[in-house]
Design a protein around this ligand. Sequence first.
Ligand code: SF4
Length: 390
Amino acid sequence: MDLLNTLVDKGLRRELPSREEALAVLATSDDELLDVVAAAGKVRRQWFGRRVKLNYLVNLKSGLCPEDCSYCSQRLGSKAEILKYTWLKPDEASKAAAAGVAGGAKRVCLVASGRGPTDRDVDRVSETIGAIKEQNEGVEVCACLGLLSEGQAERLRGAGADAYNHNLNTSEGTYGDITTTHTYADRVDTVQKAHAAGLSACSGLIAGMGESDEDLVDVVYSLRELDPDSVPVNFLIPFEGTPLAKEWNLTPQRCLRILAMVRFVCPDVEVRIAGGREVHLRSMQPLALHLANSIFLGDYLTSEGQAGKADLDMIADAGFEVEGTDQVTLPEHRAAGVCGSETDACGSGGGACGSQAAPEPAEVPAASEARTDLVAVRRRGAGTDLAPNA
Ligand code: SF4
């Protein structure tokens, strides 16, 4: 396919594909799927070899959020029967983090529900970061605490945080349908604050919320423009008790196309498969490793993942290797802080290749099945007396 040859060439040069090309990836047929994976896999290997970075989530504060993000089991009014607890103490969080590090995780992601941290919360998290760094040499710590106020990113950086996560989640055009208590612009502002404070920015999306292909391409182009170092791709887990409980829109094939599109648009960025991996990719998870270079080990914030051991086995069986703490995740030009690409023309629609028309979908995608049997609320690890899954 000319399309795939063009996309591989652009990906190897870090050149932005046109929107039409990105849309065309999402419109490929199941017959073309392995070719799409192989093409995006070449780009992945150019920048990240066969390494897989493991990240480990520690939910510092679970549930009881005043915000109304429709996809979230911790939202205002959620009826999902998730664990609910207030701030873990630094030693509790550090113990949870240590389990992930022992399981092979290189980055610990400290997440707290809520609109954003108070200054007292930043103090608590700073203490927690100190405790984790003291006990786990070389570990990267990412904080994910919601919308940041002035000066908070700098304080987290000063406390030793390496990165800050705040996802854009969906396109600017549909953001108001998903959340009403804060805006898309608020989210962009926090990613920019993290960046400006010298934190490695992590920002991604959630697919499967009923968005169009155009929305998906919009959010991925917006991410490219924001230039985070890592892009987590979540596949909606339609939790019972949330407004999106009936949104079972994804097939494994659709997930692979989305990951391939993200890889082509953000070729040299850490693309991380996040929540929903097991639920939506199911037995196709190993193929997704050819597209993404990073996953979460074990459980998610409020739901269970597959056993950490199964993650490690899958990586080895698929011929990939877990990235060590002595290896640098990002390609040299990024790790050195040189951002952008030779043709950093986000959203411009792209020069010579802009003439390629997006084809109509080759076939109507198979209806996806509701796999509520695969959704299990997390009942172990942080906030419980049971051992974490790592
Ligand atoms: S995504 Fe974050 S801010 Fe939104 S409801 Fe969930 S915990 Fe609250």
